[in-house]
Every structure is written in C-alpha cells, then in structure tokens.
Write a protein that binds this ligand. Structure first.
Ligand code: ATP
Ligand code: MG
Length: 468
C-alpha cells in the first residue's frame, strides 16, 4: 500500500482547535425521517433517545410550541450531555441554544430567579428586519485626488454601473476612507449602505476574469448586477432577548455582554422591551424565534427554582426547556422530601422524559474509535479491544481518559502506535472509581475524617483486577 505522508506544517494547520469532551459530536446523526443512523456525525447508538431528540428539534424548528420541557434521564456516561450538544449543533446558528449547568445559578452575583430569567431569555431569539437603501454595482473607475497640502480634504469620484446604467457619484471624506480601506478598484462589484456608508466588496466582476493571473486563486467572481444601481435591501439581525435586555439596561451597553457582568436587570426594563417587541411583531418588523434552554445536572436546582420553572414554562415567550440528570430517587434540594431524579412531581408531570440506556460493548468500541481519531491516536486492535473491556467494566469516561494517557506512554517508548502494554500501564497508573473506593476501604484508618457508609462495608464495591 502506498504510504501517504502529510507535510507537518499542513497537519498543524488542520488541528488548531482544542479537543473537548464532546468535540467529536457534530449533530444528532438523523436521516430525513428522523430515524437515527447507527453511526453518524460522531454519534453512536443510543438510537431511541436520539430519535426523541430529533422530534423535539422538529418541534422547535416549526416554532409553534412554547414552553415544552424534556428531560434526558439516564446513568452517568450514557450520552445525555452529548445528545444536548448534538441538538445544539443541528439547530444551526439561527436558533438560540442556551446551555448552563444548574449549579451556575448559585455562584452568580444575583438572585436565583434572576439567573434563571436571564437563562430563559438567552433561549429566545428575535429576528429583526430592517430595510436599507444600498447602491450595488460594478466599479468602473475610482478617482481620488490627494491634494499636496496636508490639511485640504481629499475629494473623489466613483463611477459605478449595472448592466443597464452607469452613474458617477461624488465621494465624501468618510466614503473615501472606506474605499481606500476596502482596497476598492475598477472591476470590483461592491455594495454601499446609504445610511451607514459602509462599503462591502461582493467580488470581482466576471468581465474582468481575464486579469485572473494578477489576483491569485482566492478571488471570488460575481455577475455584474442588473437593474437599478440604487435598491432597497432587507437586512436581518438575530439577537436574543437577553442581549436586548443587557444593551438597554446599563450605561456601558453592549460591552457588558463581553465583560459578563450583566448584574440584575430591572423588571421595568424587561417590560418595556417586551412591549416594544410586541409592537414590532404587529408591524411585521420582528419575529420571535423560540430556541432551547438546556439545564444540565438539573437535580442541583432547589425547590424555589423548580417552582419558578413551573411558572416560567407557561409564559408564551418561553423557550423549549431541555434538562438532564443522572440521579435516581433522591432528595429535592431545599426540602426533606425525595422524588424521582430529585425533581418535584409537579414539574416532572410537565416534562417529556427520554431515557438513555447503557451502551453495548460494540457501541463502546465505536465511541472509543471515534474519540481515538479525534485525539489523533493510533492504536493496535488488541489495545482497542482491551480499552473496550475497560470501558465496559469501569466506565466509558475512564476509558476515554486512558486514550491520551496511553498514547503519552507509547510516545515515551517512541512507538507510533499504542499497544496493549501501554493501555495496561495507563490502567495501573490511574485508578478508576471502583479501585479508588477499594483502596480507601483498605486504608481508611490513615485518612482524615473517614466515615464508611453502611453499604460500602465488607467489600460493597467489586474491585476485580483486570485479567488480560
Ligand atoms: N452516543 C454517543 N456517541 C458518541 N459519543 C458519546 C455518546 N455517548 C457518550 N459519548 C461521549 O462519552 C462521554 C460521556 O458522555 P456524556 O458526557 O454525554 O454523559 P452523560 O450522560 O452526560 O453523563 P453524566 O450523567 O455523568 O453527566 C462524552 O465524551 C461523550 O461525548
Ligand atoms: Mg452530562
């Protein structure tokens, strides 16, 4: 077989982004009928839950239903967060997807309900339409006079044409600057926003394609526009309600969005904004785009937050709420009562529950293969087999972590490929939960403050050594 090599600098370029726990997920991997493909877009197995997630996406895209809520429930490491990431990816740029961990609301410098309100409003988009006048055409000639004396303003003329007409425009100082900055020259097709004076280059005119040599390979060619030079154009902006809130509530305006310290936003501000948007909707200037609010680890919310959610879901501007949890029957935070998933029954009743199932060894292997490729690690068949068994007997996450560890161990012995001994070395260097618990049981008297829960006494954990 021919050995194809990639020049190192080329390889570097393709791997600039950092690899995160879910960076291999590029969508939900569904076909047009919402059936989950076995392996697609980085997603493996868990077909029922992915299908359900697809149905929810369809609901969101149709945009008609407000305030539905879905819960992803299942054991740790069964892909709940991964499915939420997949949903976010397949929604695209246009639909807002706000993501938070429930515990975040306790750490911000604002009340819990304010934090939740902000999260809700991050999940709702507003599409605002604006009509502007633009001049769009091919540049025939640019003439800029640069007076010798420095303090005299520059003057200039711009000749533009469409296939049907040609006009000469006088240029002001600001326009001249824009044109110099954009390096506009004869043969470019440009658009000038009449209100803001912003100049944008749309490409080179096809009529000039013979000058190709002089311009290099990245030039984009476009047709010379037809019709009138001046035309009305619709511009669409997408913002979330939260962004509008922040811009209107603070003296520093939108800068607070970058600083992240948005503080509490007063109810009056929100009411005004909602009123204004309602007017715009009636005039056809704005449209509401309900998105998704995803709250991970939802059992970390407390009873006040849960009752807030009950109410918030009933407003007509609510996003679709997706929550995830790995808890069984457990205490509801802030109460002495227990409930399934640590969520009060009245909220549970409003949720559609999707459960995720543990993976089969075959799925585990495919996920590990995808992760291995994501991390650019070569691994022998035997080693992958062992890693799959480790995943089945300990946890998928632990096995995923061992990929990097064992590749570093392989690199140390200058091997290009991770072999079975590297994986078992990593397995002995880093212990998983079961062995960690066993270790603590064995050496408990040497630790501080130890209390052994009933269930763990007398080998409640099953730490069996891995047999190769
Ligand atoms: N079906 C899948 N396809 C591809 N990768 C997956 C799949 N399921 C899980 N993973 C990957 O396995 C790892 C663990 O999954 P994830 O974090 O989604 O679990 P979780 O259900 O959210 O667990 P927890 O309850 O502990 O939060 C992640 O790196 C995730 O991207
Ligand atoms: Mg998770």
């Amino acid at each position: 077989m021919a050995d194809v090599r990639v020049a190192p600098e080329v390889q570097d370029l393709t791997r600039i982004e950092r690899i995160g726990a879910h960076s291999h997920i590029r969508g939900l991997g569904l076909d047009d009928t919402l059936e989950a493909r076995e392996v697609s877009q980085g997603m493996v197995g868990q077909t029922e839950a992915r299908r359900a997630a697809g149905v929810i996406l369809r609901m969101i895209k149709e945009g008609k239903i407000a305030g539905r809520a879905v819960m992803l429930a299942g054991q740790p490491g069964t892909g709940k967060t991964a499915i939420a990431m997949g949903m976010a990816k397949s929604l695209g740029e246009e639909t807002p997807f706000a993501m938070m961990a429930a515990s975040e609301i306790f750490s911000l410098e604002m009340s819990k309900t304010e934090a939740l309100t902000q999260a809700f409003r991050k999940g709702i988009g507003v599409r605002i339409r604006e009509e502007t006048e633009v001049i769009e055409g091919e540049v025939v000639e640019v003439e800029i006079d640069r007076p010798a004396a420095g303090n005299v303003a520059k003057t200039g003329k711009l000749t533009m044409k469409t296939t049907e007409m040609e006009t000469i425009y006088d240029l002001g100082v600001k326009m001249i600057e824009c044109i110099i900055k954009e390096k506009v020259q004869a043969g470019d097709v440009i658009a000038i926003d009449k209100v803001s004076g912003k100049v944008s280059r749309l490409g080179r005119s096809y009529a000039r394609s013979k000058d190709y040599d002089a311009m290099g390979g990245t030039t984009k060619f476009v047709q010379c526009p037809d019709g009138e030079l001046q035309r009305r154009k619709e511009v669409v902006h997408m913002v979330t309600l939260h962004e509008i809130d922040v811009i209107n509530s603070r003296s520093q305006g939108f800068l607070a969005l970058f600083a992240g310290d948005t503080g509490e936003i007063r109810t009056e501000v929100r009411e005004q904004i909602d009123g204004r948007i309602a007017e715009w909707r009636e005039e056809g200037k704005a449209e509401i785009v309900p998105g998704v609010l995803f709250i991970d680890e939802v059992h970390m919310l407390d009873i006040e937050c849960f009752s807030f959610l009950n109410r918030a879901l009933e407003q007509d501007m609510a996003p679709i709420l997706v929550v995830a949890t790995n808890r069984g029957i457990t205490q509801i935070r802030g109460t002495q009562y227990s409930a399934p998933h640590g969520v009060p029954i009245d909220l549970l009743d409003r949720l559609l529950i999707v459960s995720t199932q543990p993976y089969s060894p075959k799925d585990l292997r495919t996920i590990l293969d995808i992760r291995r490729e994501e991390e650019d690690v070569e691994m022998s068949d035997d080693a992958t087999e062992l890693l799959t068994r480790i995943a089945a007997e300990t946890s998928l996450r632990y096995a995923i972590h061992l990929i990097t560890a064992s590749s570093l161990i392989a690199a140390k012995r200058k091997a290009a490929e991770v072999d079975i001994e590297d994986v078992s070395r990593a397995y002995t260097l880093f212990i998983d939960i079961k062995r960690s618990v066993q270790y603590m049981l064995d050496y408990q008297d040497q630790y501080m403050y130890n209390e052994i829960p009933q269930g763990l006494q007398n080998g409640g954990s099953h730490a069996e050594p891995m047999t190769d």
